[in-house]
Structure formats: C-alpha cells, structure tokens
Design a protein around this ligand. Structure first.
Ligand code: SF4
Length: 426
C-alpha cells in the first residue's frame, strides 16, 4: 500500500516536502557508463549481466565506430544461472583475455547488474582477486549499476565511491587543496580550472580523473565541491578519508555557478575583489545568453518527474534565472545536506516530492497540464501523445550544462520543446 507522509519544510523558506512510496519509473545505474567511459580515457567497464543489460548500454551509447569500445557485457547464460558453470573461473578468463588484447586499459570496472546481484555473484571479491593478479598492469574495481532500488545517476555515485579508497593519501604537510567531484564534460572542466586559477586556487583537481594514473590525492587538507547533486555515497567516502565538503548550490546558470565558485573562494580566503574580477566576465556572458530565452520561458509552468536527481537545482535555475514556474518538483531521493543551499532558493509555491508514486503523479500532471514536463523516456511519449510537451531528463546528463558558458545552452534545452510545440500549433 502506498504511504504519503508530509514533513516540515526541508529548509527555512523552502516548500514543504511530501514523501511517497510506490511504483516508480526510472532508468538503471548502468546508464552512467555512457558518460563515464568517455571521461576516464583508459578505463573499461565490464558489465556482468544479461542480454537486456547489453542492449540497454548499447542503445544508450549508440554504436561506436571510431575507436575500440570501452565497455562490454559478460553475459550470464543459462549454465551460469543454474549454477552449473563456475562463474568466477569464466570471469577470470574473460578479464585475462581482455587485458591481453587491450594494453590501453589501465583501470577495469566490474559492474554488477540485477542478474548478477540476484544470483549473488561477489564482484567485490572478484575485483580484489583480479587486481592482485593483474596489478600493476591494470587495477580492477567493482561497483553496482543494478536497477534494483537505484536510479540511473546513482551509477556514477557508486563508481566514484569505488574509486575513493584507491586515491593516494595527501602528504601530511600538504597545503589545502580543492577537489571538484562529479563527471563534467572536458570543456567544462577546463573552464572551471581556468577560473579557479584566476581566483588564485592553484591546481584544482577533478574526480573522476581523465586517466587512471592521475588519481588525485585526498586527506584532511582536501576541500571538495560537488559538481552533481547525486553523489551522496561518494561524499561520505571522501569525508571518511578526512576531506571536507564545501556546501554550495550546484553550478547551473549564472547564479548557481557564481555561488558554487564563491564557496570555494571563501574556503580558500580569496579576497572579494579578486573573486569579483575573475568571475564578472563569465557571469555577464551567462546572463546575456539567458536573455534570449526569457521571453519564451518566463511564466511557463514546469513539472518534474523524479529521474536524474538534478530536478531541484534545475527548478531553482529555471525559476530564478528565466522566470519559469515550477509547480511540482519531484526527486527520487532528497539528500538534504547536499541540497540545503538549493532548497533555500526554491520558490515556495513549488510542490516538492521525494520518491512519488508514478500513477498518482501522472494524475497530478494531467490535472495541472503544465507547459513543460521533465521526465524519463518511458513517460515522455505517452505524455506527448496527450498534448503535453516534454523534456527527457537523461539529456541533461549527456549535454554539458554546468558553468557560465553553458547557461544559455541549458535554458535552450527547455526552450526547444516549447518552440517545437508552437511551430506544430501554427
Ligand atoms: S541492470 Fe537490471 S535494470 Fe539495468 S538493464 Fe540490466 S536487468 Fe535491466
């Protein structure tokens, strides 16, 4: 039976939160491989799963024709499922063959799936065994991308959390350093690195790193900024290594990016004037790029189904920077500590839901008839067929959206479906 629990406002001034439990409609955590394999350039992701898992990754990533693939699925067959074959022996053979054939692979992730979890294959132990066998040639780690009780962005969280124990310890005498956590497009990472350098924070480092040999050191002098709101497990793992999280809204839009950068500047004692000089040109570019979208987006009602966990930062950005009206903002999980600064900026008329029941939410959406609905792929077609314009939330993970120079592109992602709809209506 579904339960609905109303809670107090999650932050002063923020809308009250309603928690529901029931049916949900989300992608699975394997999806993160699609953007992570591009980011860590000498990593390989070996999913231990079924043909369904293989199809999901292949169709999400498209066919790679330019390079050797950096992910694959070791398919569990009937003999494995019936316990006839020794899965560990087979896995060892597959990994040895792969590493022999591909000297470019330095970091291999064994990725658990629903089938491997249901038949309880211990990939943590397998990864340890294989690492002992193949180090220093390659390191083998494991994490779960299974769709059981997970949303698709939690795949990245699980992957980064698996990396944290592998990061070298910073020197005891190390000066305070900044670590940016969460996969960002290379171009966005380069822009942020340049701004941090301008502010005077030298050598900002990034997790995930681009190469396995460049793992950032971590320890009590590390201050970290999350670039994504869905990295709760990674944040906990970093804190357990002594690192301290810098609380901030997420770097979406001119305001979000400025506040995010400011959190780092304050932690590193950057004078206000130096900060202002460094960020002013980028902020002005971002604000200018948003003006051309305000006319189309201002006053439009937007409704979020829970999917990417980006819903709250997106709603904040759309409300405050282009004048949209978020009427319902639903997120699969609400990590209050990580979202506190975002919640304080969310307009109070937005209805805030954690883990809503999809059928009830569909009823509310149909009754509200928003101008735009942000949802997963599975809901988009039926809603479009009912005349409700949609935006696929997964696109927000595949597109560079963070930082000043992407603010206009981010707004355009929401303006485009409205423009398309108005053309169809002409
Ligand atoms: S991990 Fe689970 S949800 Fe994801 S594709 Fe495989 S079987 Fe489906």
């Amino acid at each position: 039976m579904n339960q609905t629990v109303s809670l107090r406002p999650p932050a002063p001034g923020a809308p009250p939160l309603v928690q529901e439990r029931g049916q949900r409609e989300v992608f699975c955590g394997l999806t993160g491989i699609v953007w992570l394999h591009r980011k860590i350039q000498d990593a390989f992701f070996l999913v231990v799963g079924s043909r369904t898992c293989a199809h999901l990754i292949q169709s999400a990533a498209g066919v790679m024709i330019f390079a050797e693939p950096r992910f694959a699925t070791a398919i569990l067959d009937q003999r494995d499922l019936a316990g006839i074959a020794d899965i560990n022996d087979e896995l060892d053979r597959v990994v040895s063959r792969l590493l022999e054939r591909r000297p470019d692979i330095k970091l291999l992730f064994l990725v658990a799936s629903c089938p491997s979890e249901v038949i309880k294959i211990d990939l943590v132990r397998a990864a340890r065994r294989l690492s002992r066998q193949h180090e220093p040639r390659a390191r083998v780690l494991s994490y779960s991308g299974s769709g059981i009780e997970k949303t698709f962005t939690e795949g990245e969280d699980a992957c980064l959390a698996a990396l944290v124990p592998e990061l070298p310890a910073e020197a005891a005498t190390a000066a305070p350093s900044l670590l940016v956590v969460g996969a960002l497009a290379d171009i966005v990472e380069d822009q942020f690195a340049a701004i941090f350098a301008d502010i005077g924070i030298a050598d900002a480092r990034f997790l995930p790193m681009r190469r396995a040999s460049a793992m950032p050191a971590v320890g009590p002098n590390t201050r970290f900024l999350l670039a994504q709101p869905f990295l709760a497990e990674t944040a906990r793992a970093l804190e357990s290594r002594g690192a301290r999280r810098l609380a901030a809204p997420f770097p979406l839009g001119a305001e979000g990016t400025t506040l995010w950068l400011k959190a780092a500047a304050d932690a590193f004692g950057v004078p206000a004037s130096r900060f202002e000089t460094a960020v002013a040109p980028g902020r002005a570019r971002a604000q200018k790029s948003l003006t051309r979208h305000i006319e189309r987006l201002s006053g439009k009602r937007i409704f979020f189904f829970p999917d990417s966990q980006l819903e709250i930062p997106l709603a904040r950005f759309l409300a405050r920077e282009v004048g949209m009206r978020p009427i319902e903002v639903a997120t699969p999980y609400l990590h209050r500590q990580l979202l506190e600064e975002e919640l304080a900026l969310l307009p109070s008329e937005a209805r805030l839901f954690e883990g809503p029941d999809v059928d009830r939410q569909l009823d509310r959406c149909r009754a509200a008839r928003p101008d735009l609905t942000v949802c997963g792929l599975g809901l988009a077609n039926p809603l479009e067929a009912e005349g409700l314009p949609t935006k696929w939330s997964i696109e927000l993970l595949f597109t560079p959206i963070q930082g000043y120079d992407q603010a206009g592109d981010l707004a355009e992602l929401f303006a485009r479906p409205l423009a398309r709809r108005s053309r169809l209506e002409v």
